[in-house]
Design a protein around this ligand. Structure first.
Ligand code: DLL
Length: 434
């Protein structure tokens, strides 16, 4: 029997009824932990009559999670824990997250739901190119691939030559990969004279783990000749699988039967106006080992109103539009790195890698954007290169409203990482000794 998932057929009211029941049991489980015992403000499970009653509960921050380490948030006996992951510390603070056997099973089902929606079946060869280990990206998709009956290749990240060899030898049809690494693979294919559209069999790619723009998604689709689906998640929840694109590729469906998502104005902490961006705040609904209530993700997105043509009534969110903590203030202006990517990738001559460096020589902020060009655009013609540099600088100026220095590089010249890309180097704190 092919794998199926009935939860995608739930009506909105069935989802909400389910959320109320699940929220009540989450409250009960969380109330037994050291971290939440005295923090729930006397709200009892019976006070929850509607999913919106979650707002009566306190928020949980990354700092609290850190203070509660290693086991303040643990809601089961340690013998019931079968796995621990450690968050990558995108913001410099790593925290342990625990899972029971049931948690792992539900996690695999969340990811499998998104893979199924993208048309993955047991006929597929699934090459999982995300790091295995403490990072949740690899193992998070691994068991979902197996659940669907795919021939699952635990390739992990890195060793690009071998990755390409695996794709060629086993005819991989589905990939899971970090966006910046997908660009790297395309680059190496180009250098080796391999045309992924002709020479590989990849038809579906799941991207996740780091912010990326629609422009970047399109480049990867074109490069591989495959459909690319976005997958969002974070270690504090399960990892990948909190929300994933469906076949419509017009927003990510949250697994509403596992996660209750709110979008809050990060300043007032009140619900953002419908359709307006705000911070994603997530409550786990079924997690046994480590229930989290109203966890502030710092990720910014908006809820997409209206029904999705795919038929699922699970909440749809936009791609992540930034993080509350990745905003840079340069020359007194707020700049989000993703704005820079959007502007750069809208220029045909710009290749697939870029690095933003900010420093403060003589007490004045300076932002330098180093950009790789495409093979076709890179040449010895200094006049043409200067004109291109000016065009890119003007485009960035229009987008950001500040002057930016642009450096042009040949394809493959800028540093790459097998894991999450390091796009921003801010030297200012170091220079001022702050
Ligand atoms: O990156 C989990 C994951 C792995 C998700 C693989 C999807 C695929 P962390 O290392 O804890 O977990 O980092 C979580 O990464 O809060 C976002 O800021 C960012 N992030 C994850 N997925 C996306 C995405 C994993 N699709 C942090 N788009 C999150 C934008 C993403 N940002």
């Amino acid at each position: 029997m092919p794998y199926s998932d009935d939860a995608v057929r739930l009506s909105r009211s069935e989802i909400e009824q389910m959320q109320v029941q699940l929220l009540r049991s989450t409250l009960e489980r969380a109330g037994a932990t050291r971290a939440y015992r005295s923090r729930l403000g006397g709200v009892s499970p019976n006070d929850i009559q509607h999913p919106e009653d979650v707002r009566r509960l306190p928020l949980t921050t990354k700092e609290q999670l850190r203070e509660g380490q290693p086991d303040g948030f643990l809601a089961v006996e340690q013998r019931d824990v079968v796995r621990m992951h450690y968050s990558s510390g995108t913001t410099g603070v790593a925290t342990a997250v625990y899972h029971t056997r049931g948690d792992l099973d539900r996690w695999a089902r969340c990811v499998a739901r998104g893979m199924l929606a993208a048309g993955v079946t047991d006929e597929d060869v699934f090459q999982n190119m995300m790091g295995y280990g403490l990072f949740t990206g690899g193992l998070g998709f691994h068991y979902a691939g197996e659940l669907l009956g795919c021939m699952t290749i635990p390739a992990s990240s890195g060793n690009t030559e071998r990755q390409i060899h695996l794709m060629q030898t086993f005819g991989s049809t589905v990939l899971h990969i970090i966006p910046s690494y997908a660009l790297r693979v395309l680059h190496i294919c180009g250098r080796r004279g391999i045309d992924p559209r002709e020479d590989l069999r990849v038809r579906v790619i799941f991207l996740g783990g780091e912010p990326h723009t629609e422009e970047l998604r399109r480049r990867i689709e074109e490069g591989f000749g495959a459909s690319v689906y976005n997958c969002y998640g974070l270690s504090e929840m399960c990892g990948p699988g909190v929300a994933m694109d469906c076949a419509e590729q017009n927003g990510l469906h949250v697994c509403d039967d596992h996660y209750l998502v709110e979008v809050l104005d990060p300043d007032s902490l009140e619900p953002a106006e419908p359709g307006r961006p705000g911070e994603l705040v997530i409550t786990t609904l079924r997690r046994e080992a480590m229930p989290l209530i109203r966890y502030r993700t710092r990720d910014i997105a908006h809820v997409i109103p209206g029904d999705c043509p795919c038929g699922s009534r699970h909440t749809r969110i936009s791609r992540i539009e930034g993080r509350t903590d990745d905003m840079l203030v340069v020359k007194g202006v707020n700049v989000y790195p993703i704005q820079i990517e959007r502007a750069l990738l809208g220029i045909d001559e710009v290749g697939n890698n870029y690095v933003i460096t900010i420093d403060r020589p003589e007490d004045l902020d300076r932002m330098v954007v180093a950009v790789e060009l495409t093979q076709e655009a890179f040449s010895d013609d200094m006049r043409a290169l200067n004109a291109l540099r000016e065009r890119i600088a003007r485009r960035l100026h229009t987008e950001l409203d500040i002057g930016v220095e642009v450096e042009l590089h040949e394809p493959g010249a800028l540093p790459v990482s097998d894991g999450k890309a390091v796009r921003v180097i801010d030297n200012r704190a170091r220079e001022t000794g702050a």
